[in-house]
Design a protein around this ligand. Structure first.
Ligand code: FES
Length: 229
């Protein structure tokens, strides 16, 4: 694993999914299985959880949400296979950053904990010409994402372009923190896509009930029409 600015914890997992330890893979599989069970069991709880994950990722941090998004957010929405939740660190302290791969082996990503505790995660593939984006803790008021190829700069908190030629913001990697402090990647958005839009896009086909609960545009239409007739 490569650390963009600071050294990772010594017990940090490999940045290669294929290199994950069996126990970690089991953890991820178990987390995803638990999510599916939970979704099936209680739609009200599920709706509440989805509202929470939106708030969580918007705010950057919450405990106990690792399973919530794992089964519904796909790789940039282009795959029919949901990526498993992936543990990226046992713990992240303010100012720490970690480079990892998610959701696939070729997908470079970076996570950081800002000074106020907010967790942020992004694709580390520059939206200009796909160079590797680095986390720089010594730049900006709270760090920044820097592409050395053509001096592209992205905002640490939002991923928006703040300087240079990149045409679009960095896609987000959705992170959640478990109660034990471990940090997990659970999904991605497209560039400039909000977390809610990412959820709605994925939920529309697979879980229209949840999409309706989130107030996704067009969700629950068939049900509504049935009720009216
Ligand atoms: Fe990143 Fe050009 S490839 S700024």
């Amino acid at each position: 694993m490569t650390v963009t600015h600071q050294q990772p914890p010594s017990d940090q997992p490999s940045d290669q999914p294929s290199g994950r330890q069996p126990a970690e893979r089991l953890d991820a599989d178990a987390a995803q299985e638990a999510l599916h069970d939970r979704i099936s069991a209680d739609s009200l709880t599920t709706r509440r959880d989805y509202l929470r994950i939106v708030a969580t990722v918007s705010g950057g941090l919450a405990a106990g949400g690792v399973a919530v998004a794992a089964g519904v957010l796909h790789r940039h929405g282009d795959s029919d296979t949901a990526p498993p939740a992936q543990k990226i660190a046992d713990r992240m302290e303010p100012g720490q950053s970690i480079a990892f791969r998610y959701p696939e082996e070729d997908d470079r990503a970076v996570a950081a904990r800002l000074g106020d505790g907010t967790l942020v995660g992004y694709s580390a593939v520059c939206t200009h010409l796909a160079c590797a984006v680095l986390w720089r803790n010594d730049r900006g008021s709270e760090g920044e994402l820097y592409c050395p190829c053509h001096e592209g700069v992205f905002d640490a908190r939002t991923g928006e372009v703040t300087a240079g030629p990149p045409p679009r913001p960095l896609p987000k990697v959705l992170l959640v923190e478990q109660g034990d402090g471990s940090v997990w990647a659970v999904g991605t958005t497209r560039s400039a896509e909000s977390v809610k839009d990412a959820l709605c896009r994925q939920l529309g086909d697979e879980r229209p009930d949840m999409a309706a609960g989130l107030g996704c545009p067009g969700a629950g239409g068939a049900e509504e029409r049935t009720r009216r007739t």
